[in-house]
Ligand binder design. Structure first.
Ligand code: SF4
Length: 591
């Protein structure tokens, strides 16, 4: 089968067995791969009301049709489940080189259910699947763990591994591959920890067939030549995500000191220019020509990152303008296997609570010493970490200050404050996995290109919908969000998979279909309604100084925007997809 292996590997940890089943090609034709296909499988296999930590909650790893074929940025993997952090559907994307290896081993997807009786490594070597003891790896951080696994399983093996945070079921524990690449948000590492799995390892010796290889290669070379090193993509190659830090702060949209300001005075110390001075080399995921990743060295602190979101939440939001401290904090989170957005948000909240005299965590804005101990304490739930590991919502509620937590559906918000970019209010409220910035790029129009006014919600429902559908399509490919390719280039590649020329409308429907699937999943799981923390919306929460001072959306206007969003989506006033919409999208499952 061209582009797909046509096989799904299923591992059941409780019985210790595995089996291979055919990939549902009817679904593959509707959803392509990645996000859409993952969501269709999750909808089929996660019962309404299932506990996220239940052994029945499947941990799924899906590739896209282009993984292992040489298409730039497509060697990405999506990890999915019912999120232990939010209770929503979860799709978390990661680069590195695991996805092509899984394809080379002969699988489009891997699902893991059940719970192992003892710590386990799932080892897949082509058709041979073994559950090995992970006893000797327990407690290991990611770099040490990967080194030990390579020694035991061979240099060519690739891993999705779990650090101490995942072992301790931290709700925002992530999964790691190639040391620095993270399936970051939503707690897939917590679910893997609950399954008693320390790592999944894979080695494949096969290949992916592409049909008419000559024609495919010709299109591939041309697309790479014409669409990779363009002005739309060079920012990613030259600077990576740090490129946006100055603009976000200048727009008054930078979460600063636990979301109490929108501009960070110390941004010059931790922005792209600051980190370029200490950049040692560029890095890339497997088969990616863009190479957006940066390896930094400050003293004996060496490693990839920080990305923009880490600068925002672990830097500005904690009042930290010390690049070395920020790099060390980032590396600690990476090695412990925990999402930096949630970690920075929780540490910033604890600083705020300490300074307001609500609780004393010994953490203060801008002070690096105690800040640097926080990731280890949180990951191991020791000392103040036992409290901080609750997450922002539960931590603030426990201490009687719920208004200080900034999250949506229990996912701490990332680095774009809606007070500086109004469209992000709808993006966060409606994002399928909770408060996420990677589901809509409306902020790019509002504060990067300046195409849309940042202080108005007019027309933003429609912009968000188109962006969500397009990104859902991209994530079904799975093309990286940092490659600014359009429908034309997607069509030129997908015609090799589908053996015909798809229309733009058909492509956009793939994304819309995936988005509606996630809505059905979340409705079936009775996920809480779409809303935002009041201070991001109401007049009383407006900043008193800075570029976005005195701006507020207003709750009434926000609710109008949400109602318009539901209407334009073809959903009813409660946000439930109508029969007509589901029929139009050929969706065969209901909320
Ligand atoms: S653009 Fe960056 S994150 Fe995306 S695939 Fe390439 S190296 Fe990986």
């Amino acid at each position: 089968m061209d582009f797909y292996t046509g096989r799904v590997l299923r591992v059941d940890l409780t019985s210790g067995s595995s089996r291979v089943e055919p990939l549902n090609m009817d679904w593959a034709r509707l959803y392509i791969g990645g996000k859409g296909l993952l969501f269709r499988y999750l909808l089929d296999e996660v019962a309404p009301g299932l506990d996220s930590f239940s052994p029945q909650n499947p941990l799924m790893f899906f590739t896209g049709p282009f993984a292992g074929t040489g298409v730039s940025t497509c060697s990405r993997l999506v990890v999915g489940c019912k999120s232990p952090q939010t209770g929503t559907i979860l799709d978390s994307y990661v680069g590195g080189s695991f996805a092509p290896e899984l394809k080379f081993a002969g699988y489009d997807a891997l699902t893991i259910t059940g719970r192992a009786a003892a710590p386990t490594v799932v080892w897949i070597e082509d058709d041979v699947v073994e559950l090995r003891s992970a006893q000797k790896y327990l407690g290991m951080e990611i770099a040490q763990l990967e080194e030990a696994l390579r020694k035991d399983l061979g240099e060519q093996a690739r891993f999705m591994s779990n650090g101490p945070a995942g072992e301790n079921l931290l709700p925002w524990a992530c999964l790691s591959t190639d040391q620095y690449h993270k399936a970051g948000r939503g707690g897939a590492g917590a679910l893997m920890g609950a399954k008693n799995v320390k790592a999944v390892a894979v080695r494949g010796t096969g290949a992916v067939t592409v049909g008419d290889a000559k024609a495919f290669q010709a299109d591939l070379y041309r697309i790479h030549e014409q669409y990779v090193f363009t002005p739309d993509n060079m920012w990613a190659h030259e600077e990576g995500t740090l490129a946006v830090a100055d603009a976000v702060s200048m727009a008054g949209a930078m979460p600063t000191r636990n979301w109490s300001q929108g501009q960070f005075v110390g941004i010059d110390q931790i922005n792209s220019a600051a980190f370029q001075k200490v950049r040692l080399k560029k890095r890339a995921c497997s088969q990616c020509a863009i190479a957006c990743r940066n390896f930094h060295v400050i003293g004996d602190a060496r490693g990839e990152g920080p990305e923009f979101e880490t600068v925002a939440l672990c830097g500005a939001n904690c009042g930290i303008d010390d690049a070395e401290a920020l790099l060390r904090f980032n590396l600690a989170c990476d090695d412990l296997g925990m999402d930096t957005i949630s970690t920075g948000a929780v540490v910033g909240l604890a600083m705020d609570m300490t300074e307001k005299g609500i609780a004393n965590f010994g953490l203060h804005f801008g002070e690096a010493e105690a800040y640097l101990t926080a990731p280890g304490l949180i990951a191991r739930r020791e000392g103040i970490g036992a409290d901080l590991a609750l997450g922002a919502r539960a931590l603030a509620a426990k201490h009687g200050c719920p208004e200080l937590a900034v999250e949506v559906k229990n996912l701490e918000l990332p680095g774009f404050d809606p007070r500086g970019a109004f469209g992000m209010s709808l993006a966060y409220a409606t994002a399928d996995r909770g408060g996420c910035h990677q589901r809509s790029s409306v902020m790019a129009d509002e504060i990067l290109s300046g195409n849309l006014p940042p202080d108005s919600l007019d027309g933003k429902a429609a912009v968000n919908i188109r962006s969500q559908n397009f990104i859902a399509l991209k994530n079904s490919g799975i093309w990286c969000e940092f490659w600014a390719l359009g429908l034309d280039e997607m069509r030129q590649l997908l015609r090799h998979v589908w053996k015909r020329e798809p229309s733009d409308e058909e492509l956009m429907k793939v994304g819309e279909r995936a988005w509606n699937l996630s809505r059905i999943f979340n409705l079936r799981q009775e996920v809480e309604s779409d809303t935002l923390p009041a201070k991001l919306v109401k007049e009383s929460g407006a900043f008193t100084a800075g570029p976005s001072a005195h701006r507020f959306i207003g709750m009434e206007r926000f609710l109008e925007g949400l109602a318009e969003y539901y209407r334009l989506r073809g959903w009813d006033e409660r946000g439930v997809p109508t029969e007509a919409k589901l029929a139009e999208l050929e969706i065969d499952i209901r909320a």
